[in-house]
Design a protein around this ligand. Structure first.
Ligand SMILES: NC(=O)c1ccc[n+]([C@@H]2O[C@H](COP(=O)([O-])OP(=O)(O)OC[C@H]3O[C@@H](n4cnc5c(N)ncnc54)[C@H](O)[C@@H]3O)[C@@H](O)[C@H]2O)c1
Length: 289
């Protein structure tokens, strides 16, 4: 029970990594406000947590809108009385095009969803985190270190979060507030597997070979990192960018191809995840020919 009695907000909590963070935090004893877009299955995740004996409330709204982000923070305080942890996990990955073909509208959508949401939620949560000496977590990416071809604004939006997390950590240390960023590599969600996403089948098929560990992460493996950083066990960690990328960042070439099959099997899921691959449902994806 690493997060016993903690109150957390998790954004993007209806699907993918956010769903896993929600279940993991609940299992570790946290009560959670789960936030997502109106069509996200956030209420379903809240119901699943309640069915397992936890406490979670759903908040539906576009957190890139100032009024919605403020309402979300206020909803957590109204429902649970305080905020100990803010997880800025919401994001989108909605286009595959070289930079000259990348549509300006997709650039704007990416900046709003990936950067503006995190800025607004952090801004509005900080006064409450001062009271609890709480902490803030961001979902960065290996792409924020390495860049990402054919989705250059996406990688750059994650670099913003890396620097933003460090700046917030420096500034807020004097208030007893920590800030850290988890930087995953390829995770087994709608973004890296399945039809309808921005990665072609050919690219999806080669992903595991580019990972020195020879496979994608499960959402739960990433949620485990969040649970540690959110907990008091991480009391001396702030301003950290924690890579959880199976070795992709230092890796070179198709190193994953050398990993034997028995080591490519991911650990069995222990969380009751139902929406790992639904994050792109209803979102317009642009794919340049
Ligand atoms: N899947 C990967 O391979 C991978 C790798 C590195 C980092 N990440 C990061 O992990 C996070 C989660 O990604 P995922 O793979 O679980 O994808 P996902 O699509 O399943 O989850 C993202 C969630 O955020 C929600 N969201 C988007 N914009 C929002 C807004 N304005 N307001 C409220 N909610 C909003 C989406 O609807 C979705 O439910 C993202 O920040 C992503 O950049 C993912």
């Amino acid at each position: 029970m690493r997060l016993k009695d903690k109150i957390a907000i998790v954004t993007g909590a209806g699907t993918g990594i956010g769903e896993a963070i929600a279940h993991k935090f609940s299992r570790e004893g946290a009560r959670i406000l789960l936030a997502g877009l109106p069509n996200d299955p956030v209420q379903d995740v809240a119901a699943a947590i309640a069915a397992n004996g936890g406490q979670a409330e759903a908040f539906l709204g576009d957190l890139s809108e100032e009024a919605q982000a403020l309402r979300c923070v206020e909803a957590a305080v109204r429902r649970f009385g305080r905020i100990d942890v803010l997880v800025n996990n919401a994001g989108i990955f909605i286009a595959n095009a070289e930079t000259d073909a990348y549509r300006v509208e997709d650039f704007d959508r990416t900046i709003r969803a990936n950067i503006r949401t995190a800025f607004l939620m952090t801004k509005f949560a900080i006064p409450h985190l001062h009271k609890t000496r709480g902490n803030i977590l961001f979902t960065g990416s290996e792409a924020g270190f390495n860049g990402s071809a054919n989705m250059t604004p996406y990688g750059a939006s994650k670099s913003f979060l890396h620097a933003f997390a460090k700046g917030v950590a420096l500034e807020q240390a004097k208030h007893g507030v920590r800030a850290n960023c988890v930087c995953p590599g390829a995770v087994d969600t709608a973004w890296t597997r399945g039809p309808g996403g921005p990665l072609s089948q050919e690219i999806q098929d080669t992903i595991d070979g580019t990972v020195p560990m020879g496979r994608r992460a499960t959402p739960e493996e990433i949620a485990n990192v969040f649970a540690f950083l959110a907990s008091d066990e991480a009391s001396y960690i702030t301003g950290a960018l924690l890579l959880a990328d199976g070795g992709v960042t230092p890796g070179k070439g198709q190193m994953g191809d050398f990993v034997p099959d028995e080591l490519r099997r991911p650990p069995a899921s222990t969380l009751p995840l139902r929406h790992s691959h639904e994050g792109l449902r209803g979102k317009e994806i642009f794919y340049a020919k």
